[in-house]
Design a protein around this ligand. Structure first.
Ligand SMILES: Nc1nc2c(c(=O)[nH]1)N[C@H]1C(S)=C(S)[C@@H](COP(=O)(O)O)O[C@H]1N2
Ligand SMILES: [Mo]
Length: 423
């Protein structure tokens, strides 16, 4: 050594980071170390001067208290009480695609019931050779499958039909969750009971007071519907149907019967009061659209968004969001910063998977200009997510359900964002 001091590692790292950033032509997201000494680096901090919690401090862990605002929220004026109500997934604060059960939206018609595994029974009856009753333990003895699927309430984004209303992606698009389910194909159970091959429908109901009875075409039932008893590796939470719920991939959430207690094989759909009064779209001419089961392709930018403003100043900006389709896999997502005039193709975190959420990113740069942020999803059937104007031209303004129109966030120079509509 010739007496010259080698650059310290922090400086070298900052330099390398600067070099890497400049080759990308972007402003570095970090800052040079020497500019102003940071006590968080130069001073010994309290958390390094004592001991942390031992194991078992929380036998079942919860998020650290600094993340306590990442929670489900409801909109009190939407429903008269919290029993027959809905709350919303904090999608503005999550990343990746899997929704932790603890913050996955809930929708109950008569509250979340508590049902012990030991008291659980699932009956298969109707047009079958052998009506059967399965206990929870019986379900565990059939060959199992594991799949990731989204579950979206048909009312998701429903408040936005008439115009921009709720100020946050959690409230406009949070009636959705995406979990890895483990369970038994319904086909297996129907075969066990010897279902009548000419039967065209099944009727499914839950053990709660509302029972949430729904008719589902046999074709779908035999295809990919399954009875799930695990979500994201662990038991279903009570609010999501413990100990077993129906998973109906790609189709509206109300078919995903929780606390599933009966599957009846039938030849004609049952028109329950629930079914005819709800989950039907009123069209412009006063007629109704029903049995719109598959959820059309849709997307939303989760950050930046009203609850997730830009707080880091100018320079590199990651625009991120979610896209999904109930008819297949997401093939492409475009992002616009000018309200749909020009578009850039976003990067998919992973190739789109059938009927599961897809995460997209647009790695960009921001220098304080106002933006009208939009995302537009395309699925592998060739379907392109419509604008709200296109949707209203097709469906009128009286609908609540199946609003998959393109969402706009107006990002201001301050980095704050607001729910708006562009024409
Ligand atoms: N038994 C039963 N199943 C049910 C419901 C219900 O009230 N009771 N609500 C349905 C509706 S409308 C939706 S959108 C989904 C919501 O599932 P989640 O609460 O797990 O989010 O469950 C469906 N299954
Ligand atoms: Mo729903």
């Amino acid at each position: 050594m010739s007496g010259q001091k080698p650059p310290n590692t922090a400086n070298r790292r900052a330099f390398l980071r600067g070099a890497a950033a400049s080759t990308l032509g972007a402003v570095a997201a970090g800052r040079a170390v020497a500019d102003d000494p940071d006590p968080l680096i130069t001073e010994l901090q309290p958390w390094a001067q004592g001991l942390g919690d031992g194991v078992d401090a929380t036998p079942y862990g919860l998020p650290i208290r600094y993340e306590s605002d990442v929670i489900r929220r409801n909109v009190p004026w939407l429903t008269a009480d919290t029993i027959s109500s809905v709350n919303f997934t904090p999608i503005h604060a999550l990343d990746g695609t899997i929704t932790p059960q603890g913050c996955a939206f809930e929708r109950h018609h008569s509250g979340a019931i508590e049902l012990r595994k030991e008291d659980y029974r699932l009956m298969i009856n109707g047009l079958v050779e052998r009506p059967l009753v399965f206990s929870y333990a019986d379900l565990e003895r059939f060959p199992r499958e594991t799949h990731v699927y989204f579950c979206e309430c048909a009312a998701n984004t429903g408040m936005e039909w008439a115009g921009a209303q709720l100020n946050g992606a959690q409230f406009t698009h949070g009636m959705i969750h995406n979990m890895e389910y483990t369970g038994v194909p319904l086909r297996t159970l129907l075969q066990e009971a010897g279902y009548d091959a000419s039967a065209k429908w099944i009727f499914v109901e839950g053990a709660d007071a509302s029972s949430n009875g729904r008719s589902i075409p046999m074709e779908k039932a035999l295809d990919d519907v399954f009875v799930a008893f695990k979500a994201n590796g662990e038991a279903l939470r009570k609010e999501h149907g413990y100990p077993a719920r129906l998973v109906v991939p790609g189709w509206e959430g109300n078919l995903w019967v929780k606390w599933l207690r009966r599957v009846e094989v039938i030849d004609r759909p049952v028109e329950s009061r629930e079914e005819t009064s709800k989950y039907t779209d009123t069209l412009a001419d006063g007629t109704s659209r029903k049995w719109t089961w598959a959820m059309d392709a849709k997307s939303v930018i989760t950050s930046p968004s009203p609850q997730s403003p830009i707080t880091h100043g100018h320079g590199p900006l990651v625009i991120s969001g979610l896209a999904w389709s109930g008819r297949g896999a997401i093939a492409r997502v475009d992002v616009s910063k000018d309200g749909g005039i020009t578009w850039e193709t976003a990067r998919l975190a992973r190739p789109g998977e059938k009927m599961a959420l897809t995460r997209f990113y647009l790695d960009t740069s921001w220098s304080g200009e106002e933006m009208l942020l939009q995302s537009r999803a395309m699925d592998d059937t060739g379907y392109v997510q419509p604008t709200k104007a296109q949707l209203r031209a097709m469906r009128g303004e009286n609908s609540i359900y199946h609003n998959n129109g393109i969402q706009t966030w107006w990002v201001r120079a301050t980095g704050e964002a607001e729910n708006v509509e562009v024409s």
